[in-house]
Design a protein around this ligand. Structure first.
Ligand code: ATP
Length: 257
């Protein structure tokens, strides 16, 4: 028997429950790997601890990320199953906001079927050219063992900046060793990805991408290249991660008092 539960908009955790619903549906529709459900749960836990809103240091990391994407010659936006299930619409809007950017599908738990489904999901939002789907174009990232060692020779391999939300640590490190600037979104401030990336936005991806688009649009209208460089230079990733941890600790202190 099919179980259909409607979540009332008045529910205090409506947004979180809707995301959970999207991830479960994504799993049933073949977009999300079984392991992706666990990764989502880990994210939810940290989101709870930051109070399910965008903290100040995440906003300033989004500002630096926007600047970094704008000064790049070839920024690539990496899409995995969880990202596609949660926010294909937002990812496609981000891609549209930076004309020179491209999308690439990159899966830790690869299957051709999942890749095609993610492609179809992105296509729903008007994107037709997506890297990572032509096996003849795939090349290896040095020093990586998993399937994620393969990236598109015309996409991530050539990129100067890679936006890799909800990424795993090994790949982030390998991409950094290839001298790419790495931007990530990760709710866990102590994940290897968060600590390895150049710019980490500690926020839920469904809030982080609108922030990022907002800053991109602002800088496109108002900022010079020199100002963008200054924003990037003054970004201190470690400080942002420390701030997220302190916020989590404050929430805990307030509850325990
Ligand atoms: P690492 O390898 O970087 O140490 P990990 O093993 O936890 O971390 P994965 O499980 O591959 O890495 O990545 C999932 C990461 O994404 C987790 O750190 C999780 O907290 C985070 N995450 C999950 N859902 C969201 C979300 N909706 N928004 C932002 N981050 C999320």
């Amino acid at each position: 028997m099919k179980r259909e539960i409607t979540i009332p908009t008045s529910h205090p955790r409506f947004v979180s429950l809707m995301s959970r619903k999207k991830i479960v549906e994504g799993y049933k529709n073949g977009l999300v790997a079984l392991e992706g459900l666990i990764a989502h749960g880990r994210g939810e836990c940290f989101d709870y601890l930051i109070g399910e809103h965008s903290i100040e240091s995440a906003r300033s990391a989004a500002d630096a990320a926007a600047a970094q994407m704008l000064i790049s010659s070839y920024p690539i936006i990496s899409v995995n199953g969880n990202v596609a299930a949660l926010c294909s619409d937002l990812i496609c809007a981000l891609h549209r906001s930076i004309k020179k950017s491209m999308l690439e599908i990159n899966l830790f738990y690869y299957s051709k079927d999942r890749e095609s489904k993610i492609y179809s999901e992105l296509a729903k939002y008007g994107v037709s050219e997506v890297f990572g789907t032509n096996p003849e174009n795939l090349v290896k990232i040095p020093e990586l063992e998993s399937n994620r060692r393969l990236v598109d020779g015309d996409g991530i391999f050539r990129a100067d900046t890679v936006f890799v939300p909800l990424e795993d640590g090994d790949r982030t490190l390998a991409l950094r060793k290839m001298n790419k600037k790495i931007i990530t979104v990760d709710l866990n401030p102590i994940s290897r990805t968060s600590m390895t990336a150049d710019i980490t936005i500690v926020d839920n991806i469904i809030r982080a991408i609108p922030l990022l688009i907002d800053r991109i649009q602002y800088h496109q209208k108002n900022s010079t290249e020199r100002e963008l460089q200054r924003i990037i230079k003054s970004h201190d990733n470690k400080k942002g991660l420390q701030d997220a941890l302190l916020t989590m600790n404050k929430v805990r202190e307030n509850i325990i008092q």
